[in-house]
Write a protein that binds this ligand. Structure first.
Ligand code: ATP
Ligand code: MG
Length: 417
């Protein structure tokens, strides 16, 4: 069932108001299993509203529209719908009564312009507004059942839940099931290519949601029964795991890479510590975001200056002089130092050049070294990252967690270069 979202308001197209209604509706429609193919915004302009509704109504089964139902002269939605359908506006007595009662409760008379909100296109079915005065309504526009809701977000969301969602739920007859797989370590395009066969083989729809640098692959299956949809989604999700591999798929949504790492450490009763330079504590922040990290995380040091690396992490001066603070050798010494200083089983170090300045030909911005120290040695990785300072720092922190996870999956004993 195809859906479109239309938000109406000159404030929106001028950039004075952020269109939170559209994203709210998009999420809710997706959760209901509707296939939203278009989101549009149009100014409070009657002929534009009409032409947009005509086009969207031709191509969709459901339209959800917000805005322009209020009492002022710039609120043109009801009038535009009436014109489009070739019907007059008619005062709905029940809604007019509600508005009058609302003002009576606040000891004010309802003005003619307040009562204008009860004027609906002839034949429209009103939708009660549980929190405000402007009612919404439903009409048919071409192929589409079209819902009109107020623009004020609290009124819109209340009305969506009470009056729209139940109708949509009964329309979306096919039960569905969705599984989100959390992915890190492959670019979105590569993931997409590897999963190319899944949709037809399993009769599911794949969706991708990026929350940089993590990616969620959503598997959506529909079926005659909920059980059938669930089984099909499960089969497809298992195949996604197989195609991408356990080092890339780290869990099922909701889940973060740091949580997945924490779970592995906890299961194996291992402890980890951190020595961070260019990430400035971001790895520690990620690891401690979920409660209970004290089970496996002893602590971390942000050693930014060379002197801190020397004094707190016991990085030999010779290493810093000879190879520099951004080097495989420094990363290894930082990790080994943290392991010694804190007395942890594992220690992870990150050092790099986050930019925008500070790069050179040999050591460009984005050069990052990760090191993981274990008993008997360490493993070191060099990364060449791109983008803004923020992206480089985030990517470095996630890559460090991914290195830790990989080592935990493969066995700590093998993690000595
Ligand atoms: P009112 O009775 O308040 O006039 P209305 O249905 O006519 O309600 P609008 O006039 O379109 O709604 O918008 C009222 C206010 O609601 C806007 O000033 C804005 O703050 C907010 N609003 C409208 N549309 C959106 C939207 N798409 N996303 C977020 N906020 C919105
Ligand atoms: Mg208004």
């Amino acid at each position: 069932m195809k859906a479109a979202i239309l938000t109406i308001g000159t404030e929106l197209v001028r950039g004075q108001v952020v269109d939170t209604n559209a994203s709210y509706l998009a999420e809710r429609l997706a959760a209901l299993g509707l296939d939203t193919t278009v989101m549009e915004t149009v100014a409070d302009h009657s002929s534009r509203i009409q032409s947009t509704l005509r086009r969207l109504g031709t191509e969709h089964d459901v339209l959800v529209c917000t805005g322009g139902l209020g009492p002022t002269s710039d609120d043109l939605t009801s009038l535009s719908v009436a014109r489009l359908l070739g019907v007059p506006l008619e005062r709905d007595p029940a809604q007019a009564g509600r508005i009058e009662a609302y003002f009576a409760r606040t000891n004010r008379p309802a003005s003619p312009c307040n009562l204008k909100q009860a004027d609906l296109p002839q034949g429209a079915t009103p939708l009660e507004n549980p929190v405000g005065t402007a009612p919404g309504f439903v009409v048919w526009i071409r192929r589409a059942r079209a819902f009109f809701l107020p623009g004020v977000p609290e009124e819109m969301t209340a009305m969506f839940s009470s009056a729209v969602e139940p109708v949509l739920r009964s329309l979306v007859c096919a039960p569905f099931s969705e599984i989100g797989l959390c992915v890190f370590g492959l670019p979105e395009g590569v993931v997409n290519d590897r999963l190319a066969s899944i949709e037809t083989a399993h009769r599911v729809t794949l969706g991708y949601r990026v929350s940089f640098p993590e990616l969620e692959v959503k598997v959506l299956a529909r079926g005659e029964t909920e059980e059938e949809a669930r089984q099909r989604a499960r089969g497809a999700a298992d195949q996604v795991r197989e195609l991408l591999g356990p080092e890339v798929v780290y869990g099922e949504a909701p889940c973060s890479l740091a949580q997945a790492v924490g779970e592995l450490l906890r299961q194996r009763a291992l402890t980890v510590t951190l020595a961070e330079s260019c990430t400035g504590g971001l790895v520690a922040e990620l690891l401690t975001a979920a409660p209970g990290a004290s089970d496996f995380f002893l602590g971390g040091l942000v050693a930014y200056a060379n002197s801190a690396k020397q004094q707190l992490l016991e990085v030999p001066q010779l290493v810093l002089e000879r190879f520099g603070a951004v080097s495989a050798e420094a990363a290894r010494a930082m990790a080994e130092g943290a392991r010694r200083v804190f007395g942890s089983y594992l220690a992870l170090a990150v050092t790099g050049i986050a930019g925008p300045g500070g790069g050179s030909e040999q050591k460009p911005v984005g050069l990052v070294y990760l090191a993981l120290a274990v008993e008997g040695g360490a493993t070191v990785r060099e990364l060449r990252l791109h983008g803004s300072r923020e992206r480089i720092r985030r990517m470095a922190a996630f890559a460090a967690l991914a290195l830790l996870r990989r080592v935990l999956l493969r066995g700590v004993a093998g993690a000595v270069d």
